[in-house]
Design a protein around this ligand. Structure first.
Ligand SMILES: Cc1cc2nc3c(=O)[nH]c(=O)nc-3n(C[C@H](O)[C@H](O)[C@H](O)COP(=O)(O)OP(=O)(O)OC[C@H]3O[C@@H](n4cnc5c(N)ncnc54)[C@H](O)[C@@H]3O)c2cc1C
Ligand code: SF4
Length: 333
């Protein structure tokens, strides 16, 4: 039976000092933070994660949602997904984030799941979760059975010959479109990481998913102030209406003046190895009339570099239609 220590540090500095004793970076490390536990404990039960020490961060004062002086929002690392989704400022000003959170998991899971835990949830690739199978992400160098095996739900953007796993988060797709910044306290001090730089492509090291180093504690996430009049939509397509991960999803934050798109931020979920911001779709739309033909062109631009696997070619057209429809919904709402 797997045994581990469990500690409850008094403050963030003590949590960081304890976690800094880990031999490797956060994911797969022997010393781990635990928040809601809905990813970590799940994977410990499967023996996929086997930490020697757990650091419970639930008592740290990281559970507030606050306005920032520049008109943005600061979201503490342990704010529960349900509290964030229903926060009045999020519902009013960052509707795409509220919609994405409410599209994820179940009400019970959202009551436990935290902001930082959601950022750091692991892939649902079935081989990753099965210790009887090889998997480069779980055990580097053992191979990727998904490439020749079951890959219907896996990624078509950002893959490598070593891993094609999808990032499963809904929240992070909205945060990518909102240009969130992730704030980290580590053994060498604090730093702010734009979400676009936070996740790593799998390349030849799919076991390394983010730029976090041993001891790095995510303390909070900030969202910038939004342009007035921006329209927002999160649209998630999946095999069943609830309690299911995205096959394709789209987060759209768009501003229109005089019938033309003046500003667009677009990200896709369910199709990429990380939450997938699409500068190609944004460029295809900006300055153009907001109409169905241009929405389709933007969707085609977003999926131009998609590489299908044996079972998931359908995702490419599904993602195009998802984005085009999300743009239609955003601009007619
Ligand atoms: C059945 C099921 C269905 C789900 N469906 C969806 C879905 O449809 N969409 C979706 O987006 N998600 C879904 N999820 C995933 C769920 O959103 C995540 O499990 C949850 O957000 C993780 O948050 P947590 O606080 O429980 O994380 P934990 O399990 O506590 O931690 C997750 C990881 O984050 C690390 N960590 C936690 N906090 C910090 C911190 N402050 N600093 C550094 N590292 C930290 C932990 O060490 C661990 O590696 C589902 C989960 C389940 C079990
Ligand atoms: S796709 Fe990635 S997570 Fe899945 S088996 Fe291959 S290496 Fe492992």
């Amino acid at each position: 039976m797997h045994t581990f220590d469990f500690i409850r540090p008094a403050d963030a500095a003590a949590a960081v000092a304890a976690a800094a004793q880990a031999k490797t970076a956060q994911q797969g490390a022997d010393v781990r933070f635990v928040a809601g536990g809905t990813t970590l404990v799940d994977l410990m039960k499967l023996n996929v994660e086997t930490p020697a020490r757990l650091i419970d961060i639930n008592r740290l004062p990281l559970d507030k949602v606050e306005a920032t002086p520049d008109g943005g929002l600061k979201i503490g690392a342990t704010v529960r997904n349900s509290d964030l989704a229903h926060h009045p400022t999020v519902q009013r000003d960052y509707a795409v984030l509220s919609q994405a959170l409410l599209a994820g998991a179940s009400a019970q899971l959202r009551n436990m799941a935290t902001t930082a835990g959601n950022l750091l949830q692991r892939t649902r690739c079935m081989y990753f979760r099965d210790t009887a199978m090889p998997c480069n992400k779980r055990e580097p160098g053992t191979g990727c059975p998904a490439i020749t095996g079951s890959n219907r739900t896996l990624a078509v953007l950002g893959t490598s010959e070593h891993c094609i796993a999808t990032n499963p988060s809904d929240m992070c797709v909205a945060m990518a479109a909102l240009e969130a910044t992730i704030h980290v306290q580590g053994p060498k001090g604090s730093r702010a990481i734009p979400i676009g730089d936070f996740y790593l492509l799998p390349g030849s090291t799919p076991n390394r998913e983010t730029v976090l180093e041993p001891g790095d504690l995510v303390t909070h996430v900030t969202l910038p102030a939004l342009r007035s009049g921006s329209k927002q939509v999160y649209l998630k397509l999946r095999d069943r209406a609830s309690y299911e991960f995205a096959l394709a999803s789209a987060a759209v934050v768009i501003t229109i003046a005089g019938g033309n798109v003046t500003h667009a931020r677009i990200a896709l979920g369910g199709v990429g190895t990380k939450p997938w911001r699409s500068p190609e779709a944004e460029a295809a739309l900006t300055g153009k009339p907001a109409n169905a033909a241009n929405f389709r062109k933007a969707a085609e631009a977003a999926m131009r570099d998609a590489k299908p696997q044996s079972e998931n070619k359908f995702k490419i057209e599904l993602a195009r239609r998802c984005l085009a429809h999300a743009l239609q919904l955003a601009t007619t709402s």
